[in-house]
Design a protein around this ligand. Structure first.
Ligand SMILES: Cc1cc2nc3c(=O)[nH]c(=O)nc-3n(C[C@H](O)[C@H](O)[C@H](O)COP(=O)(O)OP(=O)(O)OC[C@H]3O[C@@H](n4cnc5c(N)ncnc54)[C@H](O)[C@@H]3O)c2cc1C
Length: 568
């Protein structure tokens, strides 16, 4: 057998937000030899194409764009003695922690580590996965592929667009297409509810007048070379198409945002046990898989809604891997964590019986929208803890923390389920005040608050003296939000401009402060003629006082200069 050529304490596979956080935390924990392998030619993963803002509210307490969030972790990584191989595609991982990767410069390389952290992200479900009927013309893209083409590679994918799937990626791409000049006919969704966050429904669809067609699916695709139209139909509560509800929509582009799947082919081949609910590895409270010394985190473990949770998970997996590599972790007996009634998935799957005392964070998802419900944690039918939640939706991860005294007596297993919450809560009070507001002020403006996931239904009304009042909010931030939305709605605009001399032809930029909502398209128009030259540093001003708003547009990321590859 061929001997491994190098030895590392830890190998991290994947340089997205999970892998970056894992590598940094592993070094900080163990000051050990770490190798990070990334198949792309730069670090950052999916974040580099997510040029919109909304990242980092938990970790950095500010709203960042994807590239800016990534750059903060990349800078931290480069400040440490961590080996990085780019263009390095891992093709095999053996149970005894031998990793084989290939690069254009080194060919095939085999390395062995004491511990491995898997952080390979996820991939999008395609047309084949949802069995869309009809012809197979050009113009049908997964939303993430279209996002990369538009935001990084500088291609326009179409002009008249239908988006299928109302998760966050679908909503964000509907807005992006509208911003870059396409007509977005609608976002169609099979389920009777949207899988996206309330803030995205509001800022991506409502702002641009894009209809959301719930309980709809595609029953035919027409067009031979290029997509010409799709036939959409309503579905009933059993998700069966309703005869006679078909409508033909003339579109040249269909964007599919129909789910993400953890990128686990390598892991399955290694023999790691896979969870049928998450489609990622089964892990313990250390994020260790069923093969000792192999850890998993981020979207390869389960699909996350927030990058902050990905980074936190990466840090935990990285620290655990460093302790394992130093010989401080022994794999012993565990008990199971089970998803009960109303819970579609939960992590971690297993808890070590001999773990050091301390709290554990559980991440779970519910199977439908719940209003005024609670998460119940039980062992053998006996309740250990209850967590009241005013609103829970399948799209949002619920974080639940059990403290050491709650965990200490547990020996056989934990079950998490959702039960109705009959106790009076902030939410029920909201509903009551909302109803009163509606009755008293039938002409008031209604909106869903997007400040936090609670999603209060706000209503504004004016007194005879013209002063504005808000009802339905459960905290003062809702009051401020609703008044701003009525009096002077503001939005952060993200876009790209042409850049010369860089690896990619588009540079992502962002307004340094929010601009009036009515100025969004003036801002976009002002960018059409802008071209900059690499190198560009993150934060550089690209355009001052854009569209007369008094606000500057700044670069979201650093773009180094790259000598032309063109030999002609
Ligand atoms: C379109 C979109 C919009 C989003 N919007 C938001 C938002 O507004 N706010 C928010 O908080 N979160 C958002 N998220 C979620 C968040 O950005 C992601 O969950 C997170 O960035 C995933 O990080 P990751 O490291 O697990 O995966 P990735 O970023 O996908 O990184 C995985 C890395 O592993 C590499 N890799 C894979 N296989 C191999 C291999 N065999 N060998 C070597 N390398 C490999 C890949 O090239 C990639 O770089 C969004 C996600 C998407 C897709």
């Amino acid at each position: 057998m061929r001997e491994p050529e190098f030895e590392y304490d830890i190998i991290v596979v994947g340089g997205g937000s999970a892998g970056l956080a894992a590598a940094v935390a592993a070094y900080e924990e163990g000051q050990c030899r770490i190798l990070l392998l990334e198949r792309d030619h730069e670090l950052g993963g999916i974040l580099l194409q997510c040029i919109h803002n909304g990242f980092g509210l938990h970790i950095f307490k500010e709203e960042l764009s994807g590239p800016t969030y990534a750059e903060r972790y990349i800078d931290r990584l480069h400040a440490l003695p961590i080996a990085v191989r780019l263009d390095a595609m891992v093709i095999d991982i053996s149970p005894d922690r031998v990793v084989t990767y290939v690069t254009p410069s080194e060919g095939s390389v085999t390395v062995r580590a004491r511990a491995i952290v898997l952080a390979m992200g996820c991939r999008e479900r395609t047309r084949g996965a949802i069995r869309l009927p009809g012809f197979r013309p050009a113009g049908i893209w997964t939303a993430g592929t279209a996002q990369r083409y538009i935001n990084m590679e500088g291609y326009m994918v179409g002009r008249r667009v239908l988006v299928l799937g109302s998760g966050d990626i679908g909503l964000i791409m509907a807005r992006r297409m509208a911003l870059v000049g396409a007509t977005v006919i609608a976002v169609a969704e099979l389920m009777p509810y949207s899988n996206g966050l309330a803030r995205n429904r509001k800022q991506c669809l409502d702002d641009f007048g894009i209809p959301l067609l719930l309980s709809h699916t595609i029953v035919d695709i027409r067009g031979k070379d290029r997509l010409e139209s799709v036939v959409l139909a309503r579905v009933d509560e059993k998700l069966q198409t309703v005869a006679g509800s078909e409508q033909t929509l003339e579109v040249d582009t269909l964007l599919l945002s129909v789910g993400l799947i953890p990128e686990n082919d390598l892991v399955e081949a290694t023999g790691v046990e896979i969870c049928t609910r998450t489609r990622g590895a089964v892990v313990s409270d250390l994020f260790e898989t069923t093969i000792p010394g192999i850890f998993s985190c981020g979207n390869v473990l389960h699909v996350h809604d927030l990058v902050d949770y990905v980074s936190e998970e990466g840090e935990k997996a990285g620290r655990a891997a460093a302790r394992f590599a130093a010989g401080h972790v022994k794999t012993g007996s565990t008990y199971a964590v089970t998803a009960g009634e109303g819970v579609s998935q939960i992590l971690p799957h297993r808890i070590r019986l001999d773990r050091e005392p301390g709290e554990i964070e559980f991440l779970l998802r519910v199977n439908r929208e719940y209003r005024g419900a609670a998460i119940l944690v039980q062992e053998d039918g006996e309740t250990i803890a209850t967590f009241r939640r005013p609103v829970m939706a399948p799209a949002e991860t619920q974080k639940v923390v059990l403290r050491a005294p709650q965990l200490a007596p547990v020996k056989t297993g934990l079950t998490f389920s959702v039960v109705p919450d009959s106790s009076p809560s902030a939410f029920t009070r909201n509903r009551a005040s909302d109803a009163v507001a509606r009755e008293d002020n039938p002409s008031g403006e209604e909106m869903i608050c997007i400040v936090c996931p609670v999603g209060c239904r706000l209503k504004t009304h004016r007194d005879d003296d013209g002063s504005l009042h808000v009802t339905g909010n459960s905290c003062p931030r809702g009051d401020v939000y609703a008044k701003n939305e009525v009096l002077a709605p503001m939005r952060t605009v993200t876009a790209t401009v042409r850049i010369r001399g860089s690896r990619y032809p588009r540079l992502p930029i962002i307004t340094a402060q929010p601009v009036p909502k009515g100025k969004i398209f003036s801002v976009m128009d002002a960018l059409g003629s802008v071209t900059v030259d690499a190198p560009i540093a993150a934060g550089s001003v690209i355009l001052r006082d854009v569209a007369g708003t008094g606000v500057d547009m700044i670069a979201e990321r650093t773009m180094p200069r790259v000598e032309s590859q063109d030999k002609s």
